[in-house]
Design a protein around this ligand. Sequence first.
Ligand SMILES: *Cc1c(COP(=O)(O)O)cnc(C)c1O
Length: 393
Amino acid sequence: MTTWRAHRLEELPPYLFVEIDRRKREAIAAGRDVIDFGVGDPDQPTPGFIVDRMADAIRRPGNHRYALGVGGSEFRTAVADFFVRRFGVKLDPKTEVVALLGSKEGIGHLPTAVVNPGETVLIPDPGYPVYTAGTIFAGGKCHTMSLRESNGWLPVLGDVPAEVRRTAKLMFLNYPNNPTTACAPLSFFEEAVAFAREHHILIAQDAAYSEVYFDPDHPPPSILQVEGAKDVAVEFHSLSKTFNMTGWRVGFAVGNADALAALAKVKNNLDSGIFGAVQEAGVEALTGIRRAEVLAHIGPDGTYRRRRDVLIAGLRESGWSVASPQATFYVWAKCPGGLDSLTVASRVLDDADVVLIPGIGFGRCGEGYVRIALTVDESRTAKAVERIARLKW
Ligand SMILES: *Cc1c(COP(=O)(O)O)cnc(C)c1O
C-alpha cells in the first residue's frame, strides 16, 4: 500500500506513553476512580478580569478581521512594559517582540527560521519534546545535553564535544525547567551567553514557567538580564501557565532582532496572526499580573503552593525522596526502591489508580524519576498520597 507519510515523521522519537495511556483509559472505562497528575495543564479557570476583557473585545468588528503580522502594537508594548517591570530589561516593541500562537508554536518554528539542513541543535535531556520535533522538521541534527541532579539539572557546557560546537547553530534551554523544576541562576545564563558568543550559537531559552514560582523574594531571572544577551539569545514566554490560558493560544518571543525577524518571516508565510480579541485579553493579563485573582494560584500562598506542600509531605512520609520545587507546577520525584520510571508509573496506576508521568518519556536522563503535576485539587491530592503510601516497593 502507498503511504502518504513523509520520511521525516519516522525520525520523530517514539511516543512512550502509549501503554500508560491505554491502561489509564481502561481504568476509567472500568469505573475506577482515577486521579490524574499527568497533564501539565492548569485545572483552574482563566481569571475573570481577563475573560471580561475578551467578552468586550469579541464584539469589536475590528477584531474579526485578519490580525496580520506578529502582534499589534498594543500587545507588543504591553510585553515591553511587562519586561521592564519584571526583569528591568528594555525591549524595542517593534523589533524585539514577536507575538506567538502559544510559545510551542514559536519554539517549533524557530529551527526552520534559523537552522540550515545538517546544522546541529543542542537539546536538553530530559526536555520538552518540541525542541526535538522542530529540529527534525527543519532538517537539523539533534545533539542532547545531559541534565543531571548532581549539576542542579543544568547542562555542562564544557562537555559539548569540539566537533559539535563547530556545527552547532542553536541551543535550547528551559528554566524554570519542565520536567525537573530546576531554576537557573543568572550566573548560569552568563556562562551560556559567553559560550554562545564564542561558538556562534543562538540560544533559545524557554521561559514558559518564569511566573510560576513560590518564593516572592527570588523570582526566576530572564536570560536577557545578562549584559549583551540580545546579541545571541531569544527567550520564549507564554501566558498559558501563568494565567490558566492554555486553550487561548498566546505567547511571545523576545530578544535578538535578527532571529526574531527570521521567525516572523516563517510565521508570516504560515499563519495570519493571533485573534485580535485574544491579543486584547493578553494585554489585560500582562498589565494585571499582580492582581489578587492571578496571585490566588501562582502567589506565595496560592493554590499550587498548598498542593505542593500536601504532596511533598505525604510522599516523604511514605519514604519517597523528593525535593520541594521552587518553581513550575510539577514535582519531580525520585523513583522509590531504585526502580525504573515505567515500572513505578505502571504500579501506581494499577494499584493506586493514580497517573504519574515516567521520566523516561522526557529523555534518557529522565529515567529514575517521575513527574507529578500540581493540577489536582488539595483534597484529591491528599487522597492520592494516601493511596500511594499503601504501596510496598
Ligand atoms: C507548556 C509549555 C510550553 C508551551 O506552552 P504554550 O501553551 O504553547 O505557550 C513551552 N515550554 C514548556 C517547557 C512547557 O511546559
